[in-house]
Design a protein around this ligand. Structure first.
Ligand SMILES: Nc1ncnc2c1ncn2[C@@H]1O[C@H](COP(=O)(O)OP(=O)(O)OP(=O)(O)O)[C@@H](O)[C@H]1O
Ligand SMILES: [Mg+2]
Length: 345
């Protein structure tokens, strides 16, 4: 699989937003919601993106689908540079890529029947023949575990989990190659979450899909993902295989995320120490100099506050280990082992 051409290639991708335009003329400021992200996603891979609220996960997903325009950098989809392709020419990309959202109710039009909701992308991209659309809608509903006999029903007549299945059916209807799942299971209760994750996994295998799975919760990414990227203030701070992220995380931010995850074994849970980050996530409008994480970094404190963290931005690089990490001291152990993240095996 590693020899295959990447399906998604991002080089130094920057996405900016303007804020404050409405207050005073000339008062608008720009900030980097996605800050120089470089990443490859292979065909068939499930890549997880994790990080606190506001760190830029959704923006990155939307940029790859060209729903928002990048300020600089390069986006390639299946080898084709789509960075500057005009919206009007994105038809092909719109067929190949889809997004599944967190809120399965808000993202389904309550006044449309399931047949119309799921049939809409088929009508837009493939055919207006009603019988064909009906047949295709029936097939895809079947694939996601919804009784096709219910295609005349409306979203409110389904449970939350069923509505998420309908959202997935809509995304699958035109057989895309790449799907961004943005917190697709966050609003669902645990048992339904597990069913949806299994469904996404089955669909991936049956249809050869590639996913970008976005979540603020590392635990929910564990089962499905091959690799995970950890984001902080618009930047990727660590990228590694799912095993490495859980068993040997290297970035101090990744280690703090892991330490916040509950562990089912009460003995292990009692014995371990949490890494509680001090302070809030800085405003992206006033992003720290040097390492974006240095203002909250427990490892830097343990290391005696080295200046380099404040002055030099660590690039995301291999740094002598597996995966890539953006930290000057990623593999240094702090003086006490109190704060190190536990092994979760
Ligand atoms: N349309 C917009 N205009 C201006 N700023 C925006 C816009 N959308 C998002 N932002 C800002 O960009 C940053 C990244 O937002 P984004 O929605 O990508 O974060 P996220 O990681 O998906 O967060 P969450 O986990 O809460 O969904 C945040 O600071 C957010 O306030
Ligand atoms: Mg989001």
């Amino acid at each position: 699989m590693s020899d295959a051409r990447p399906l998604i290639e991002l080089d130094d991708l920057v996405v900016q937003y303007r804020v404050g335009a409405g207050i005073r003329p000339g008062s608008a400021r720009r900030f980097n919601a996605v800050d120089r992200v470089t990443l490859r996603v292979r065909p068939g891979e499930v890549f997880g993106l994790v990080g606190e609220s506001g760190c830029g996960k959704t923006t990155l997903g939307r940029a790859i689908l060209r729903i928002v325009d990048p300020a600089s950098g390069v986006i390639r989809f299946d080898g084709q540079d789509i960075t500057r392709v005009a919206q009007s020419e994105l038809r092909r990309l719109r067929r190949d890529t889809q997004m599944i959202f967190q809120d399965p109710y808000g993202s389904l039009n309550p006044r449309m029947s399931v047949e119309r909701i799921v049939g809409e992308p088929i009508r837009t991209h493939e055919t207006t023949n009603r019988a064909t659309i009906r047949r295709r809608v029936g097939e895809v509903l079947e694939a996601v575990g919804i009784d096709p006999a219910r295609m005349g029903d409306f979203p409110h007549q389904f449970s939350g989990g069923q509505r998420q299945r309908i959202g997935i059916a809509r995304a699958m209807a035109i057989r895309p190659r790449f799907i961004v799942c943005d917190e697709a299971t966050s609003a669902l209760d645990v048992s339904v979450q597990a069913q949806i994750i299994n469904l996404l996994d089955d669909l991936r295998r049956d249809f050869g899909l590639t996913y970008l799975m976005i979540s603020h919760d590392l635990g929910s990414l564990r089962q499905l993902c091959d690799r995970i990227g950890v984001m902080y203030l618009g930047r990727l701070v660590e990228v590694a295989s799912v095993e490495r992220i859980f068993d040997a995380p290297r970035h101090p931010y990744t280690r703090s995320l892991l330490s916040a995850m509950p562990i089912p074994d009460p003995r292990v849970e009692r014995a371990r120490k949490r890494i509680v980050l001090s302070g809030d996530v800085p405003s992206p409008l006033a992003a720290p100099t040097g390492c974006c994480f240095h203002t909250r970094c427990w490892l830097r404190q343990e290391m005696g506050q080295p200046e380099i963290c404040r002055t030099d931005t660590p690039e995301l690089a291999e740094r002598g280990g597996e995966g890539r990490v953006a930290c000057h001291f990623a593999d240094e152990e702090p003086a006490t082992d109190d704060v190190s993240a536990p092994s979760l095996s």
